[in-house]
Design a protein. Structure first.
Length: 147
């Protein structure tokens, strides 16, 4: 399989997403933070970091920005003051709903180059790839070996 094709498609989708979310004054990570919080449950910064595949420092800065805009609330967990919990506000839920509806339409337009059968096949293949990636043990990468 040509890894370059996957990378190019990823970069194209990522660039389009960045441009789309910028219109709502959101970063991709901010949008997906709201996504993970949209159901109203509190989650810890550590859990959010795992879900977003981001380092804890990035998640803290992301939550700081969302909190300044009144989109999320942050509070210490009652059972352990070392743990910070995050939840979405009504303002955050409203913004998420508007942006996600627009994003769904944009995503549909992007995928319209594929037939319904091709979209179904792609979804199935990506789900299979995702399942395989979840089962692959995470390896520590020596940062010096990456150039």
């Amino acid at each position: 399989m040509n890894q370059d094709l996957i990378k190019v498609i990823y970069l194209m989708l990522d660039d389009a997403d960045r441009q789309f979310f910028r219109q709502s004054d959101l970063s991709i990570v901010q949008y997906y933070s709201l996504y993970w919080l949209k159901d109203g449950r509190q989650i810890s910064l550590g859990q959010l970091s795992e879900k977003l595949l981001c380092d804890p420092g990035h998640v803290t800065r992301t939550v700081d920005a969302l909190e300044r805009r009144g989109l999320v609330l942050r509070e210490r967990a009652g059972w352990d003051k070392r743990i910070t919990q995050v939840s979405i506000t009504q303002k955050g839920r409203d913004l998420y709903r508007v942006v996600s509806n627009k994003y769904a339409k944009v995503s549909q337009e992007r995928m319209s180059v594929l037939s319904d059968a091709e979209q179904a096949a792609l979804k199935e293949l990506l789900a299979k790839l995702g399942d395989g990636l979840k089962q692959t043990p995470k390896r520590h990468i020596n940062k010096r070996s990456v150039s």
